[in-house]
Design a protein around this ligand. Structure first.
Ligand SMILES: Nc1ncnc2c1ncn2[C@@H]1O[C@H](COP(=O)(O)OP(=O)(O)OP(=O)(O)O)[C@@H](O)[C@H]1O
Ligand SMILES: [Mg+2]
Length: 470
């Protein structure tokens, strides 16, 4: 670590001198200011890890200086120095964001303990700040590619939505259009960015689990609740909760979510206390909401509550030249990742991409490019390297040879179980491949395997020791 730098703002020369001696002995860098104004100008122009600030200065009070330092940089760590310990002053200073205070005359060893702790706090605050900046970079707008008109409008909208801070957002768009990216961009560009972003997929787990994940539970609320647990809404206090695939939320939970959105408070499962939190809810679905509503599977009143700001993500096939832009971007990304000397795509490759209709949207395009970069013998990706259509079939829909239309009278659940069974058999119980084949996530598959009890045993599949059952 480079040498930490301390600024001493203190009018008494002797005190400055004795602090300087001690700090330098400890290997710390020291600067001095003899009044508030010069101290403030130094804070404005240089970076300090800690400010030691006197209460009584010739030109202004230490509290005024503190207030202005904090306005300039809310993360800076300030320790107040006072001639006599006045409780009111100390309380006021802490309220204004001072880290600690020490009283004169100093016991130097005690003072050093405070200084060391304060410097550790500075280091930690900086780390958090860097981390936040990285997250903003990682999940900010810059990662969402798009230049077409609808995307340009979308960026402006995300910007406004992020600034608005509390309104509930509803993201609609086909699979792979970037709902996840947009949800994170909204969070990391809002003033909630320093607080948690929590997401949960409403499909993958049972109703009881989902409820307790969201709202938490009290000890003994149900059989497995051995301990009290906070839910995501509580953990995300001050931040954002992203409810993915909200269209799959069971009806009773929809009612509870609605109540929370209306009252801003909720109870843990088995709890009697109302808990208030400040979270922004972002919900998303790739299903046709109107259809879900008309089928009675999604509450209309909940939809209105969630849809305060509705954002529609355009499918890739309607985004014109963005296909090319995104293809070139990912070509570059994967060429680096796989260390392949691939420069670009040939005109006929681009033509092929532009003519395809991308049912799996950007995700499918990215996967297509990844595969092409891997397969390509370079220097450019040709139309032949690009396998489109076929990849989509295995990614999002069962191949026709797999589906055997069931005899009449089968319920949807039976049909689902049957399809899963077929996919598991066809892949020798490789869950990753089976999930791909069925166009669902592995978690979703696992959940259904549990629900239907589709163990390898039951399906008569032998799973080798090397574990085809991944
Ligand atoms: N505009 C975009 N720019 C760059 N990459 C994108 C964009 N949209 C999507 N992607 C890529 O596609 C992948 C899928 O996006 P995302 O997970 O946000 O989709 P989704 O709409 O949530 O899909 P699903 O409904 O299947 O959950 C992302 O990992 C990202 O790499
Ligand atoms: Mg998603």
């Amino acid at each position: 670590m480079s040498k930490a730098r301390i600024l001493i703002i203190e009018d008494e020369k002797l005190i400055r001198w004795s602090l300087r001696q001690r700090f330098q002995e400890e290997g710390l860098g020291v600067e001095e200011a003899e009044d508030g104004a010069s101290g403030l100008s130094m804070v404005g122009n240089q970076i300090f890890d800690l400010v030691m600030l006197d209460y009584k200065l010739p030109d202004m009070t230490g509290l005024d200086v503190l207030r202005q330092i904090r306005e300039h940089d809310g993360d800076i760590v300030v320790v107040m120095m006072t001639a006599f310990s006045s409780v009111e002053n100390a309380v006021e200073a802490m309220r204004l964001g001072a880290y600690d205070y020490v009283s004169k005359p100093f016991k130097m060893d005690e003072l050093m303990l405070t200084v060391v702790k304060a410097l550790q706090t500075t280091a930690l605050r900086r780390e958090v700040r860097d981390f936040r900046a990285q997250m903003k970079d990682k999940f900010g707008f810059s990662r969402i590619l798009g230049q077409c008109e609808s995307m340009t409008r979308l960026f402006a909208l995300i910007h406004d939505v992020a600034a608005s801070g509390t309104s509930t957002v509803f993201l609609r768009g086909e699979s792979g259009t970037g709902k996840d990216l947009v949800a994170r961009a909204v969070h990391y560009n809002s003033d909630r960015a320093a607080r948690p972003f929590m997401n949960i997929t409403c499909t993958a787990i049972t109703e009881t689990l989902l409820e307790s994940e969201l709202f938490g539970h009290e000890r003994g609320a149900f059989t497995d609740a051995r301990q009290q647990k906070k839910g995501l809404l509580e953990l995300a206090d001050g931040g954002t909760v992203f409810l993915d695939e909200v269209g799959d939320m069971p009806p009773t939970l929809q009612a509870k979510l609605l109540r929370f959105l209306e009252e801003k408070s909720f109870r843990r499962v088995g709890g009697v206390k109302d808990i208030e939190v400040d979270v922004r809810v972002i919900a998303a679905t790739n299903r046709d909401v109107n259809k879900l509503i008309s089928e009675g599977r999604f509450r209309e009143d909940l939809y209105f509550r969630l849809n305060v700001i509705g954002i529609d993500l355009p499918p890739l096939r309607e985004r014109g030249n963005d296909v090319r832009l995104i293809a070139e971007y990912f070509t570059d990304v994967y060429a680096r990742e796989f260390r392949k000397p691939i420069q670009s795509l040939t005109p006929d490759a681009i033509d092929k991409l532009m003519r395809y209709n991308w049912p799996g949207n950007v995700r499918e395009l990215r996967n297509t490019i990844e595969r092409a970069v891997l397969l390509s013998k370079g220097p450019d990706i040709t139309a032949q390297d690009l396998v489109v259509g076929q990849s989509n079939q295995t990614d999002t829909a069962p191949t026709s040879s797999l589906v055997k239309l069931p005899p009449g009278g089968m319920t949807l659940a039976e049909l689902e179980e049957d399809l899963i069974r077929q996919a598991l058999v066809a892949t020798h119980y490789n869950q990753t491949r089976a999930a791909k084949m069925l166009g669902i996530s592995r978690d979703q598959l696992k959940y259904r395997i549990d629900r239907y009890g589709l163990t390898p045993d039951k399906l008569n599949i032998e799973v080798g020791p090397s574990g085809a059952a991944s």
